[in-house]
Write a protein that binds this ligand. Structure first.
Ligand code: HAM
Length: 420
């Protein structure tokens, strides 16, 4: 063996645990499909400019964490660190805005960030993404948030919390920023933090160090300086959320890792995950389309981390993976029986019954072991002698009871019996 392993910060999702991953992914997307969102697939890599301009050059995601490479044609490409910017690029390129608005989209797929790996933080991870583009209506913000909540609820999750705030917009954020910069200028901060404050002062609010937090107790907060229109917008979002039965915690210091957010901004955190507690996040991004060269249109959306949500499901001890194994397992003894088994499995599968048989020369003992391991409720055991007598043995793998069934009735009997 060459000793090759999955790259640092990545992992393989193997059966049978992979059934949990699929269940989480599909449960999170189901509310979007039910709500009429359309499926979109975009490339896993984009021109680097999509993220540099979209996510923001001052963010850690763009400045430190991107997998950027030059292709053989000399283009600078980047593996997507998130899905929103690429979806917006596609929305603009295909002029989806010229049809009925809002355009509602969902996607699911890989994202890549060169982060320091730890539990729940990987270099390759999977996001379920939802975006509603082209209309700025507080009811749409509430819909999007409620769809994420629905996905978590459908999984049976209880220990998660919605953190909500408004980050203002071009009518009030610049004034607030000045206030914050003036406030930060009087603090005792190290050089690095000062530099960060110059690029994006809001991010300093997110500094976890106690000595910094202690100085921030009286920092001005965006929610206290919203313009009348963004305040009214935020009030309406909260009213709609209440009407939809969604509860939240006000999080005036919430800082997201991406620069495109305006107005409604949120994160979902789970209490069972330690440091990497965010299972999802999102918000409104009314400047993103224009930043990518599109029309001045708004958008709102979120992404949920499938891997972290699976950890949350496990932390709550939820059993979500529906049995993905087979229901019927056919054990042939002899050459004739082998042909019979292959044909029967084919017919069962065609009829929608999950079925399997043994391959390779396993002998009766090995074959029965394979039947047990398959998770099937019943086995059909059939030997050449049975065939000559026109019967097969239908064996309940849990009770070990076995009955001889005439071949003419076998298919219907198996179909009616398995999985019960
Ligand atoms: P984000 O908060 O950067 O937002 O990521 C969303 C979720 O992806 C996180 O809450 C987390 O569950 C998961 N995630 C992020 N980084 C990692 C990682 N290194 N390892 C494992 N899971 C991770 C966005 O990506 C925005 N595009 C969301 C959005 C959509 N905003 C508007 N529309």
């Amino acid at each position: 063996m060459s000793g090759l392993t999955a790259p640092k910060g990545t992992f393989d999702t193997l059966p049978p645990e992979s059934a949990g991953f699929l269940a989480v992914r599909d449960t999170l997307t189901a509310p979007l499909r039910r709500a009429g969102y359309g499926y979109i697939e975009t490339p896993t890599f984009e021109d680097t400019a999509v993220f540099a301009r979209g996510v923001g050059e001052s963010t850690d995601v763009v400045s430190k964490e991107m997998y950027t490479f030059t292709d053989r044609g000399g283009r600078s490409l980047t593996l997507r660190p998130e899905l929103t910017a690429g979806l917006m690029r596609s929305f603009i390129e295909h002029r989806l805005y010229s049809g009925a608005l809002p355009v509602k989209l969902w996607a699911v797929g890989s994202a890549f960030r060169y982060e320091r790996p730890q539990a729940g933080r990987y270099r390759h991870f999977t996001q379920v993404d939802c975006e509603a583009l082209g209309v700025d209506d507080p009811a749409l913000d509430a819909e999007v948030v409620a769809l994420a909540v629905q996905g978590f609820r459908d999984l049976g999750l209880r220990n998660f919390e919605l953190l909500l705030t408004s980050l203002g917009d071009a009518t009030c954020r610049p004034q607030y920023r000045e206030l914050l910069v003036a406030f930060l200028a009087d603090l005792d901060l190290d050089e690095d933090t000062r530099r960060r404050a110059e690029i994006n002062p809001l991010r300093v609010l997110d500094d976890k160090r106690p000595e910094v937090q202690a100085q921030l107790a009286d920092a001005p907060l965006m929610v206290d300086h919203l313009s009348d229109s963004t305040k009214a917008h935020y009030d309406a979002v909260r009213q709609h959320l209440t009407d939809l039965g969604v509860t939240w915690t006000e999080a005036p210091r919430l800082v997201r890792g991406l620069d495109y957010y305006t107005k409604t901004t949120f994160e979902f955190v789970h209490s069972g995950l330690g440091a990497q507690s965010a299972i999802g996040g999102g918000g409104r991004y009314d400047g993103l389309s224009a930043a990518l060269g599109g029309p001045d249109l708004s958008g709102i959306g979120y992404a949920v981390g499938v891997d972290r949500t699976l950890l949350a499901v496990q932390a709550e001890g939820l059993d979500i993976a529906a049995s993905t194994g087979v229901q019927a397992f056919v054990v042939p003894l002899g050459a004739e029986a082998k042909r019979f088994a292959v044909r029967l499995v084919g017919q069962l599968r065609e009829a929608g019954v999950p079925a399997d048989t043994v391959y390779g020369d396993r002998g009766l003992k090995g074959a029965m072991k394979a039947a047990d391991r398959s998770g099937a409720s019943h086995a059909v055991v059939v030997g050449d002698r049975d065939l000559a007598e026109g019967v097969a043995q239908l064996r309940d793998l849990r009770t070990h009871e076995q009955v001889a069934v005439p071949l003419g009735e076998l298919f219907d009997r198996v179909r009616a019996t398995v999985g019960r």
